[in-house]
Design a protein around this ligand. Structure first.
Ligand code: MG
Length: 378
């Protein structure tokens, strides 16, 4: 299996780099500065904020009621781009680490904001990791550029706004009563995402199935440890109209995951195991597809490259999120016309959103016709 994976990678490497060179919107942007553009000094500001969740949120590994975020702005000649970092605690970033990272970002040294590639590559080298902090600069810069160009990002990337998918709505692990209640409340959504990975998995599914027969996606968050049992469970879920499974086993159990993917009746999507662009080639044969999240991969630029690369390798693609305001959700939603599954319910899970942007209408991701990421302050 490992050997097959390696030889497959070698044969696809050339094809992939050629495909990516043809389709690089960032080269086009760097070379097409609008005539009305006046150079100036970009200024980055940021403020910590705490999102309050509507319900206690429980997944295989933890529970919580709040999520810290950092709201960023990049200002240039009176135009403002908005960005955000979301830091669910288990990923290791916090208000303090994001603040420390952003204090080292000096945008005043760049005269040309359109050279996103050079600026963002530079920012990536300030320190390793800090992916949410990096995303907060990336998103604000994309928003600013889109506004300067007078274009929404789905247009700049060349995606068809009408092709956006339905988003799934997440049902966390809970008592049967609460699960039934939450399932009923989620009537608007066409797809429900069920958090699995505890010994109550079958009970969760049976409870939901007692209320609805709509499509389900499942997220195990690395919760299953035994591959034979995992395969048995995948067959059981397949018989109950489950359409895909995220991260069934720990990301370190690569050979077990590859074994499972080879036999699974359902598509297996890597989330915790696939963070950045460089992880994708290693994911071939281990997973059928990847879950792209801006906070994992440093933002919109790398996310779009991951989408392009995964597609050229014949992989499935999902776009996901953390609990975030409509700022980061809007940013991620511009990728959604090109994905198999969207899981962009993050702003619906919070009580104190501070942006208006991409909406979920009748369960469908609905992009706004606004320049940039399409988020405005409320
Ligand atoms: Mg996941």
């Amino acid at each position: 299996m490992l050997h097959n994976r390696r030889s497959f990678l070698k044969s696809t490497a050339l094809v992939t780099s050629a495909a990516m060179m043809i389709n690089d919107p960032y080269k086009a942007i760097a070379g097409s500065i609008p005539a009305h553009f006046k150079t100036g000094t970009m200024k980055l500001t940021y403020r910590p904020y705490t999102l309050e969740l509507r319900h206690v949120f429980t997944i295989a590994t933890n529970s919580r009621t709040t999520t810290p975020v950092m709201l960023t702005e990049i200002e240039l000649n009176g135009m403002i781009g908005y960005g955000e970092a979301s830091m669910p605690p288990y990923l290791g970033e916090s208000h303090e680490t994001v603040q420390a990272f952003l204090s080292k970002v000096d945008l005043s040294k760049y005269e040309n904001p359109f050279d996103l590639e050079a600026i963002l590559n530079d920012i990536d080298t300030i320190a390793p990791d800090n992916t949410a902090a990096k995303a907060s600069v990336d998103i604000a810069l994309h928003d600013l550029i889109g506004k300067l160009m007078g274009q929404p990002w789905f247009n700049i990337w060349g995606y068809d706004k009408s092709k956006t998918p339905n988003t799934s709505f997440t049902i966390g692990i809970d008592t049967p009563e609460v699960v039934r209640q939450k399932t009923k409340e989620a009537e608007e959504f066409k797809v429900l995402k069920v958090k699995l990975g505890r010994d109550t998995d079958k009970e969760m599914i049976e409870t939901i199935r007692s209320v609805t027969d709509k499509s389900l996606t499942g997220d195990v968050n690395q919760g299953w440890k035994d591959k034979e049992k995992a395969l048995e469970m995948l067959h059981w879920l397949n018989e109950r109209n489950m359409v895909m499974i995220e991260q069934p086993m720990p990301k370190e159990q690569i050979d077990d995951l590859a074994w499972l993917t080879e036999r699974s009746p359902l598509p297996i999507i890597g989330d915790e195991g696939v963070q950045r662009l460089t992880d994708i080639k290693k994911a071939v044969g281990v997973y059928h597809g990847i879950n792209i999240k801006l906070m994992k991969c440093t933002g919109m630029r790398e996310a779009q490259k991951m989408l392009t690369l995964a597609r050229s390798l014949g992989m499935k693609v999902m776009v996901g999120c953390m609990t975030e305001t409509s700022c980061a959700i809007s940013a991620a939603s511009h990728l959604s016309p090109m994905v198999d599954w969207a899981d962009l319910d993050g702003a619906l899970l919070i009580k104190n959103d501070v942006f208006d942007g991409t909406k979920i209408i009748d369960g469908k991701v609905t992009l706004m016709d606004r320049p940039g990421i399409g988020a405005v302050k409320v």
